[in-house]
Write a new protein. Structure first.
Lengths: 436, 436
């Protein structure tokens, strides 16, 4: 009888990073009636089954009426195996132009199975030898760390200097890595409404980062799932890719938040020129496509058709497509911030940040937060959230809590914050020594 | 300005294996009017756009009426992020029971982005250290070899003894690998209507393989994309998984041929018990799920709903769902075999095998076949096919040609075989020295 031990399997399977998501899901599953500030999912009240049919119809009509395919060719495009780099790459490029002022050749876009596959392909391409490492602004989304673990690729944390980016630390970390014989390939970050902190880089830091990365000979992996969810009207800083005149930025996007998560469609823009034996050999996108053909072969053309249809119905603008959702996120962010003020103004040294959009707020509390605290919060107070140590590799606790508000209505926010306040009071009382 | 050389990227990107698919696609694209015996795609004439709508409706009705979800829960299942191991795992298990007499716990099924991701996840789990290698019956589907290359995992070829499996060679290769300090983890094969040879293992060889693998402490990775396409009524040998009483077999399946390729839905059954520190820790499927959550997160629930709906409309039998297609494949196989006899009976030593089903026939010719031969065939004779050396790593030529007949109608088969005969005659005349 075959029996395997974890020790006989890839070491990543014993790494806490790979277990974070499961552990958090387990706690959520054990407390189905808790109010959840945990899930980073898009608002779902506007989803309708008919939308799937409409999106598919719209995409087929586009293929026959605009692209000029015959009926048979259109069916082949959606039903059969497809182009490895995707079948909605042109629509993705239009969307980037319209919503993000990013101008790219559609041929440098690879449509992926969510942004997770985009991260995985990018890291696979850059991990050429055991010397290659990636840097990441910490706290770091654990999907990036997990992908790196699967590739045995070290992730070196770079300080976030209170939610921004510590450029001096970036320089130090690169120098230290090189002194150790490592080859830093890229810096990963979420410049807009970061997961987990919700914070955005200002325009000056973005420009300084591009200059420093050029000096350091470092690619930038810009992950942008939340960029369109700006709470307040006004100028949002440009994405790094929009500012990129030197092909420094690999831009990863997702339609999980703006399209629908169930399509699992994301993309990566990788317009870096590649040479082979000194001769031009396409772009990094072509190399990612080669890797993709051996990981997932294609991104489901059916799923791409659904997202393509949604794009087409809104003039390729996901801002337009998400008008109602953006209102919800904006209102929820305001309600959470106001609710925190109301409840914690008198509760000792509890603080939080004030993101300009996105899905997340980070609360800092005067006691240690670990997975046991989360279990207590779920069991005794009926509210769950995400301990921030899961975004710091190697840490098992911190003093911070991520609150996600994208999925909630007003009543849930109010009730959830009441429960959270009760939890915080109980923890402070239980650990008075720490409450200073 | 950033510029990358291939030498700075993962070494697999310089490996011919990763370029096979592209090279073959390029030749096909250069000759759009050639008759193609190259594409291993399912028959597409029965695809209808309405089917997508019907399948989705059927799946939603199943969720609400049979599973008992509320409307909101059903929408959440399809629109939101989903369970990492999939949302149609129970339907997959029913399908395996009905069509393949394989009985498995649905919880040991991981729904994947096609069988490609299933291969990738399985190899990732088994490549624990640089010692770990996988064996594969040669010629080998290049998706397996490509996935292994991405993981720096050597693939050791095992002889196929004229289309079967050379068990003595398997034993030799395992012993030789161990003598070199390697740790052979698994043997990969396609026991039914193999890609590329079309050949199937007989029942006795299957049973002997299971016994030998147990002796050798080797897992078996059974890839089964074509198993349902039996040409002649009668008893098909059991899948290895159906015969597996010792959890030796990791069974990989695909709905790309039986469902629709554009859904990109496959699966892996991995019911091997796993221990951690000597204590039970679920199954290998749970470990593959952990890996998957860092590669693609989920398989698109929308795409799964489409495949789930197709299964449900046919009582979870893909044999029933593919009644018309199976007729086409059967008729095409007969027509190709008869056409080869008709055209090559008098053309010197040209031989071919006689598969009992599937998509492929292999032709052996008395001249060297390489990618240049394929270009000549395409340019001068208007017919394309797949040189078999692409399925043998390290080889750049062979004397064999894979003919795929799944996508063709009678006229194309007849015209294509005429052109193929002209190509073969021309090659024999051009290289008389080799024609013996």
């Amino acid at each position: 009888m075959v029996e395997l031990s974890v020790g006989q399997l890839h070491p990543s399977l014993d790494d806490p990073v790979l277990h974070s998501m499961n552990l958090l899901n387990d706690i959520a599953a054990d407390h189905p009636r808790a109010v959840s500030f945990a899930a980073g999912r898009p608002y779902e009240e506007f989803f309708r089954v008919e939308q799937l049919h409409e999106y598919l119809e719209t995409f087929f009509a586009h293929l026959t009426e605009v692209v000029g395919l015959t009926d048979k060719e259109a069916r082949r495009t959606v039903f059969q195996y497809g182009r490895t780099k995707g079948v909605i790459h042109d629509l993705v490029a239009r969307y980037l132009e319209i919503d993000e002022a990013i101008t790219v050749d559609p041929d440098s876009v690879v449509v992926t199975v969510g942004s997770q596959e985009a991260m995985f392909l990018t890291l696979r391409s850059l991990r050429a030898s055991p010397r290659d490492v990636v840097l990441a602004v910490a706290p770091t989304y654990f999907g990036l760390t997990g992908a790196a673990r699967l590739l045995d690729m070290p992730v070196l944390p770079v300080g976030d200097a209170d939610g921004g980016l510590d450029l001096a630390d970036l320089e130090r970390q690169v120098a230290a890595a090189r002194a150790r014989g490592q080859r830093p390939r890229a810096l990963y970050l979420v410049p807009d409404f970061s997961n987990p902190t919700g914070v955005s880089l200002d325009q000056a830091t973005r420009i300084a980062l591009l200059d420093l990365a050029a000096e350091l000979d470092l690619l930038i992996i810009e992950d942008n799932p939340y960029g369109l969810f700006q709470a307040d009207p006004g100028t949002r800083p440009s994405t790094l890719k929009a500012l990129d005149t030197r092909h420094q930025v690999v831009h990863i996007g997702s339609f999980a938040k703006t399209g629908l998560p169930g399509a699992r469609v994301g993309f990566v823009v990788a317009d870096q020129p590649v040479t082979r034996d000194g001769r031009p050999a396409g772009t990094l996108a072509d190399q990612l496509s080669l890797i993709k053909s051996n990981v997932t072969l294609n991104t489901s053309p059916v799923a791409q058709a659904v997202v393509g249809g949604k794009l087409l119905r809104h003039g390729c603008s996901m801002v337009a497509a998400n008008k109602r959702e953006i209102e919800v996120y904006r209102a929820n962010l305001r309600r959470v911030l106001a609710g925190l003020t109301w409840r914690f103004a008198a509760t000792g040294p509890v603080t939080w940040n004030t993101p300009a959009g996105g899905f997340f707020v980070v609360l800092t509390v005067p006691f240690t937060v670990d997975d046991r605290s989360l279990r207590r919060s779920a069991r005794d107070h009926g509210v769950i959230w995400t301990p921030l140590h899961h975004f710091h590799t190697g840490m098992t606790s911190s003093h911070q809590i991520r609150l996600s508000f994208s999925l909630l209505d007003n009543a849930a926010i109010d009730e959830g914050l009441d429960r959270l306040a009760a939890f915080v009071r109980a923890e402070i009382q239980a650990a008075p020594g720490r409450s200073t």
